[in-house]
Design a protein around this ligand. Sequence first.
Ligand code: NAG
Ligand code: NAG
Length: 331
Amino acid sequence: MKAARACLWLHILSTVASLVGAFDPITTSIMFGIGAALSRTIYNYLHESCDHKWIAFNSTGLEEDLRNKLFGQHLASHIISKAVSGFMNNDNPKKPLVLSLHGWTGTGKNFASALIAENIYKEGMDSQFVHVFTAELHFPHVGQMDTYKTQLQQWIKGNVSSCAHSMFIFDEMDKMHPGLIDSIKPYLDYYEKIDGVSYRKAIFIFLSNAGGESIVETALDFWKAGKSREEIELKDLETPLALSVFNNKRSGLWHTSLIDKNLVDFFVPFLPLEYKHVLQCALAAMQAQGAKPDAGVADKVAQDMLYFPKAERVFSVKGCKTIESKWEYYT
Ligand SMILES: *[C@@H]1O[C@H](CO)[C@@H](O)[C@H](O)[C@H]1NC(C)=O
Ligand SMILES: *[C@@H]1O[C@H](CO)[C@@H](O)[C@H](O)[C@H]1NC(C)=O
């Protein structure tokens, strides 16, 4: 993609250059004027900028991606699709969109965030307007929390100032220092502007394992009752999820204050994945890496994952995590 663009760029430049050489001085300077304007246009075409050429929400694309690529998450798919579409199609949102994604490791929280990014930004997760923060990577030392707070506030302010449609993803939210979360709270709120900057078009996505156990319990209850997982509704999870998030000491602090102030617009539960979903992940991984999807290999990969409860082997302990790098060992 980038190489193709660079090629086009060179081609246009050399065409302009050869045209310029063929004319008298006046025409040449006119040509240069046009050339300069053209360069600016081309620059904008080649370099990601904060405009509709680079940031254009594709609602159908997101819906299809969630349906076809995010396996086993009927609730998350539905909520994310509705939430993001509603927000992006609103010209005048009253606050930034704040999603809180919950569930066990490997259930697709990062993947779902990437699908959102890909259907808003042409460059997807590589976009300069998408920012990912990880507690352990960006804010590792508790002693430097004050520095981190100032830095994070400046980053958010700086990035939203230069592009209102910025997206911030906070991974491992449960490992994030509560003080750090407090420092970003003002940006999630209903303010029209803070120091002259409006944050209302930004998107914040929090990823965490908080509440994961209660989601698993509910899913297991449904399975034991012989009901299909697609019968699980949000109301079956909302109360246990909220309760366990409140009661979890480590994650409770940040969530309590965010919930109290209604700053989180949507809680999105990710269900534990079953054998058949791991199978789908393996097949998709093969296809994504240019191999022919092989059901036999996928089955071996899925069979070798750990499942719980031990006797029934219903849910994959690590969801679809590590599948991408694993399947090749089984070919
Ligand atoms: C939106 O996504 C759909 C489905 O992936 C795709 O067919 C369509 O071309 C996309 N539209 C734009 C404008 O990119
Ligand atoms: C935007 O955020 C990134 C971190 O993702 C940071 O490095 C950069 O300095 C920020 N830009 C501005 C203008 O603040």
